[in-house]
Write a protein that binds this ligand. Sequence first.
Ligand SMILES: *[C@@H]1O[C@H](CO)[C@@H](O)[C@H](O)[C@H]1NC(C)=O
Ligand SMILES: *[C@@H]1O[C@H](CO)[C@@H](O)[C@H](O)[C@H]1NC(C)=O
Length: 429
Amino acid sequence: MPKKPNAIIFGGLNTFSRALAAFLVPVQGDSLVSSTNSPFTPQQRIHFPNLLRIPSLTRLISSYIGAEFPKILARPEVEYKQANLTVAAAVASSFDPPEGQDPYDYVFDFTGEVRHDRTEIIQINTTCKVARMIGLEAAKRKIKAYVRVQQPFYQTPSSTKATHDESEDLTPVDTLGIWWHETLRMLAAIEDLNLVILRIGFAYGPYTNFGIVASGIMVGSVYGYLKKPMKSMWSPGNNPNNTIHVDDVAGAAWACAEWMAPLGRASANAKAGEDVPFHNDKKKVKEVEEMPSHDLKLVAPLFNLVDESNSTLLSTGQVVTSYFGTTFEFFSFVESTFLKLQDDNVEDINEHHVSGWTEMITKSKPPIPNTPLSAYMDKYALSKHVVALNNRKIKDVVGYKLKRPQFNHEAVKELVDKWKDEGSWPILD
Ligand SMILES: *[C@@H]1O[C@H](CO)[C@@H](O)[C@H](O)[C@H]1NC(C)=O
Ligand SMILES: *[C@@H]1O[C@H](CO)[C@@H](O)[C@H](O)[C@H]1NC(C)=O
């Protein structure tokens, strides 16, 4: 039997790395642990150092991790550590295997600041520099596969073409998008790094309160409860918002690691390499010493990952609202122009959702006043997104088969039911 790997998952506790841990060491059925269904046995390890990015430790521990994750952490093959990954020594020691264990084989990099209200220097320090330090250490340790999960902080061209391939140049959105993209250049510039970039759509799934889909589901439930239509500021044009289930983020990250390990970077570049073009201010190259020069041609294996739903703002809105028994509509041109002109429109819009949600969690049987879920939509969740990616390459080259190809009522039900079971979602029936 071939030797099973050891892996390290960095960061992403608030986004999708819990789903990867659940995929690698499934919690259902004790017997799975040592069977071939899990790629790990108790003698093998997943090491899970999390980026300690919040000044207050209490806040970190109390952040939402879902009912399932503590069970996974209790598995003998999982080791969880908090480490300050802005410190090089902490990054380096994360790679040290425990006494008697072989070195780590795979690294899954879910790090990066996902909040849109964070400044450029925070993005540089906690998105770019952290990933670069992990990448450099991974190259030094000859890690066989380094999978970087790239969030959909891009705008794809609004052309008549439905979806966009990996070879097309996409525009990063906001400060956050620019530095997330810069991180890819920094990683691509590490020649010996066995890097694979997995560029995902808007991910959703059980125990995942991060992201615009989760936000839309919570707000949709409020409109269902109030028996009013949910209205969008963005006209019903072609606004693709391609989606992906977290189980596929996990499955594809694993598939990419298995694909990369026997190849190595040079062959992987030859099979699936794409240009990672410069999208920053040239002046920044002097200011941020880790940045590769703007004219350096950088190539790395890159795969898009979205489901088969071709989700748009309208289709996602319709799936969610119909699940909760209401409809998805659009403000008139005059109404939406008025809303967009107002600086405090975010608060105005939220007033309605948040008071409805408060009523729901108070009337719930039992009441759940301390739920980690909220119907508050931040400025980013309320803004227009245009993300249409083509998933053909990962299917053709890696041979990945989607587990959850459709965003539908079943998908919404799955996550609402799990939130109900753990006491986070109001029970009103
Ligand atoms: C992490 O390390 C950085 C750099 O040394 C420091 O500024 C920051 O306060 C540390 N964060 C925590 C939470 O300890
Ligand atoms: C960013 O990192 C630099 C260099 O380590 C440090 O001097 C600075 O205080 C950091 N700034 C923030 C906001 O984290």
